[in-house]
Design a protein. Structure first.
Length: 230
């Protein structure tokens, strides 16, 4: 390895470590720079370094890509303060969605979308509606709390998410989907084929989940997040 190779390799590692250290600040993390860093990690290593550190390089590139997607999600869905309205009647989600839509609201479920276990959503009662921001546009929505830490730092157990029902997701959208033996979970749609969906977390401690793509698997896409006061 030449001195210039060592210097370039060291620089990339230092920049990466510093970016990870100041993640919460987001001062130097625009999309273009993070994309460059993720794509050029291996190019900055010598052939010997790439062979020796392939796994480490891959993990680093994956972390940078997750960070890029996290920044984009945070910008697309700024955390807001919720406004609630007492429901005019207590009903299940399947009953309440149409009435709430007419009032530009989403029925709020007591059930949370988790990184782990969850129950079926459709029969859950809703006594409270969440008032939707005007910029969400038209559509049928449902609101629910978040539990678990698999989507941190984007989503925390203090957050409420709004899910647009029936929306057609694209790769890297946040979605609420049904996972066998786990109920509904909120995840990032990492990949999608005609037969399978890969659901990923922002918390790298959680491995991706692969589920069959069937009717009813996808509840909808996450279009807004709110922070609960209590």
């Amino acid at each position: 390895m030449t001195p210039s190779d060592r210097a370039l390799d060291a620089l990339i590692r230092i920049v990466g470590a510093e970016l990870e250290r100041i993640d919460d600040a987001l001062e130097y993390q625009d999309d273009a720079f993070l994309t460059w860093l993720a794509q050029d990690l291996r190019a900055g290593l010598t052939r010997h370094e790439r062979a020796r550190d392939e796994d480490a390089a891959t993990r680093f590139a994956e972390r940078m890509q997750r960070r890029l997607l996290l920044v984009r999600a945070e910008r697309r869905m700024p955390r807001r303060a919720p406004r609630y309205r007492e429901a005019p009647f207590v009903a299940t989600m399947s009953q309440a969605v149409t009435f709430a839509k007419a009032s530009k609201c989403a029925p709020l479920l007591g059930l949370s979308a988790a990184a782990g276990s969850g129950r079926d959503l459709w029969d859950e009662p809703s006594e409270t509606w969440l008032v939707l921001p005007d910029d969400l546009g038209v559509g049928a929505h449902v609101a629910m709390g978040v539990s678990g830490d698999s989507m941190q730092p984007l989503l925390t157990p203090r957050d409420v998410i709004v899910v647009k029902l029936g929306a057609t997701p694209v790769v890297n959208d946040l979605v609420v989907a049904r996972v066998p033996d786990a109920g509904f979970v909120v995840k990032r749609l990492a990949s999608m084929t005609a037969r399978h969906l890969e659901l990923a977390s922002f918390n790298e401690a959680y491995p991706p989940i692969k589920v069959e793509r069937e009717r009813g698997t996808m509840l909808g896409t996450v279009v807004a997040r709110f922070s609960r006061q209590t």
